[in-house]
Design a binder for this molecule. Structure first.
Ligand code: UDP
Length: 237
């Protein structure tokens, strides 16, 4: 792996025991893992989610206009992006935040060629505000940006150590897949990323690795090619 696209859900920034808000300590832990990989010379793009702030679909179910709620969700991702940027820079890593909704007082606009240049210079690029369009998710953003920046792989950091056939928190008999193919993910409705994101990866042969984010050194192990988490490709095991 030379260039990776790391997808972090909004919940990765939340205070322990909650799924909401931003905890600076957690942001520092996540940043430490990313910084370690960047120091090895791996080029890192990060797409941050915003589910710890607002999920558009959930707000729409409660009567809010969907597009407005999605815009709120996208703005939430920017809060997370700035928290991560701050933590990374405290760790001595140069970063840029690029947003798909212009807000030039706080971040650069998303410009693909500029993003590529930052990556080549060893800067971590944090992509925020999703795709800038309602009805999409940051998983789809991760697939789309990974393709645009020609990343080798999407690394999806989660709270569990891979993809299971059943919810491991509810069922002790749940087993983890080491390798899956895209079609099985879609057909079985496995929780890797949403269907739009999976289709985009499938159509463009972009592999995904789902791994546990907050286990110390785990991101480094994934990048080193160790068999951590679940690998999703066109051909399963
Ligand atoms: N969102 C959107 N368009 C995008 C990306 C995100 O409208 O391109 C909105 C959507 O409302 C979504 C919210 O931003 O629910 C937060 O993103 P997401 O749910 O993907 O965050 P995660 O689950 O990764 O924390």
């Amino acid at each position: 792996m030379q260039r990776i696209l790391l997808k972090l859900s909004g919940e990765a920034f939340a205070e322990p025991g909650t799924k909401a808000g931003v905890d600076p300590e957690i942001a520092r832990m996540v940043a430490g893992e990313i910084a370690e990989v960047a120091r090895r010379g791996i080029e890192v793009g990060v797409v941050v989610g915003g589910g710890n702030m607002v999920r558009g679909a959930a707000f729409a179910e409660r009567g809010m206009d969907r597009s407005t709620a999605d815009h709120m969700g996208m703005l939430g991702t920017v809060v997370n992006a700035l928290a991560l940027q701050d933590a990374l820079e405290r760790d001595g890593v140069e970063t840029r935040v690029q947003t798909a909704i212009n807000m030039q007082e706080v971040a650069e606009p998303y410009i693909r060629r500029r993003a590529m240049r930052h990556l080549e210079r060893g800067r971590i690029v944090i992509f925020a505000a999703g795709l800038g369009a309602p009805y999409f998710t940051t998983d789809t953003t991760a697939a789309q940006r990974a393709l645009e920046i020609d990343a080798d792989v999407i690394l999806k950091g989660t709270q569990v150590d891979g993809v299971y056939d059943r919810d491991p928190k509810l069922d002790d008999a749940a087993t983890r897949y080491e390798h899956l193919d895209f079609l099985s993910v879609l057909n079985q409705g496995l929780k890797v990323m949403d269907a739009t994101a999976i289709s985009l990866c499938m159509d463009n042969q972009l592999p995904i690795i789902v791994f546990e984010l907050l286990r110390e050194g785990n991101l480094g192990r994934v990048v080193a090619g160790e068999p951590v988490g679940t690998l999703v490709t066109s051909r399963g095991a």
